[in-house]
Design a protein around this ligand. Structure first.
Ligand SMILES: [Zn+2]
Length: 299
């Protein structure tokens, strides 16, 4: 029961609704400037004034990385079957159905194969708008299968993390995915195939505590929140004020937790360069043309 009641209606706002059509301009949270939406689109959703990185979808990430924006998607129809029959504010099953309808995706990760600067790769990109990019059984399974495709085809793996961590509605089953994906990555390592982990804003919880930190290279986008527990929980636990910029990419780079901080607009070139450095093979077409020369050299 409320102690006080508002007897009268609050005074109505005199502000008239803006006549500028919605979605044409956005205010940048980094520099507070108003940016034309089309300029942002042209700039991979990076503020042209202060380089603030806006959050983007898994599909946009794939479009930015793959040559000509072309890729083949794998296992798009795997969905969670709500093994625990879990209910929080609403039943998990209903939440899943609503999210699938809203996003048009079946779970929080897209597995795709294609070419990045001519190199054949397998990419798993996480989708934050699907229940906070949380890792449940399906995400774990799809990433594991992505690694298995890579093992099969002898291609490098890139995982783009954007996640709030394990999916609580799947309890311990979601936590098991940490071990499962890590084990698959260990097999990839034994097969001497590279794995590049790209950490974006935010990468937290069980995702950070497993595959996101296991890359041969761990590359982060600027100012991304990367951590295990949230800063407020840590402050309450250790009863100390946390340093400035704590859990942001640049801080983690300084402390040696990640290898590079790369601007989104340079990510593709950086990944391709790193893969070539690690000896990633060129596409089969290029190998075929190179083969006769090699054969000639042997004689
Ligand atoms: Zn800005």
């Amino acid at each position: 029961m409320a102690w006080f009641k508002k007897a009268r209606k609050p005074i109505e706002s005199t502000e008239k609704p803006s006549r500028v059509p919605e979605g044409l301009w956005v205010k940048c949270p980094g520099c507070s400037q108003v940016i034309y939406n089309k300029d942002l689109d042209k700039n991979q959703q990076v503020c042209p004034k202060c380089a603030h990185h806006f959050r983007i979808s898994a599909a946009e990430r794939l479009r930015n990385l793959f040559d000509d924006g072309k890729w083949e998607e794998h296992f798009p129809h795997l969905t969670s079957n709500d093994p625990l029959k879990f209910t929080d504010t609403k039943p998990y099953n209903a939440r899943l159905k609503a999210t699938i309808a809203k996003t048009g995706m079946s779970d929080a990760v897209v597995v795709a194969t294609g070419k990045v600067d001519g190199l054949d790769v397998v990419i798993a990109a996480m989708e934050y708008s699907f229940i906070g990019g949380s890792m449940g059984v399906v995400v774990g399974e799809k990433i594991t299968r992505a690694i298995e495709i890579a093992l099969d085809r002898r291609q490098p793996v890139i995982i783009i993390s954007c996640s709030g961590g394990a999916r609580m509605m799947e309890g311990a089953l979601s936590l098991m995915q940490m071990a499962k994906v890590s084990a698959a990555l260990a097999r990839l390592d034994r097969a001497r195939l590279p794995f590049i982990s790209v950490l974006t804003d935010p990468t937290t919880g069980g995702v950070t505590a497993s595959f996101a930190m296991l890359g041969d290279l761990n590359i982060a986008e600027p100012k991304a929140l990367i951590g295990f527990a949230g800063p407020r929980v840590i402050e309450q636990t250790i009863r100390q004020k946390l340093p400035e910029g704590f859990q942001r990419s640049e801080f983690l780079l300084e402390k040696g937790m990640i290898d590079f901080v790369v601007d989104r607009r340079e990510m593709k070139a950086a990944i391709a360069k790193a893969l070539r450095f690690m000896g990633a093979a060129a596409s089969p077409a290029a190998v075929e043309t190179a083969a006769p020369a090699e054969a000639a050299a042997q004689h």
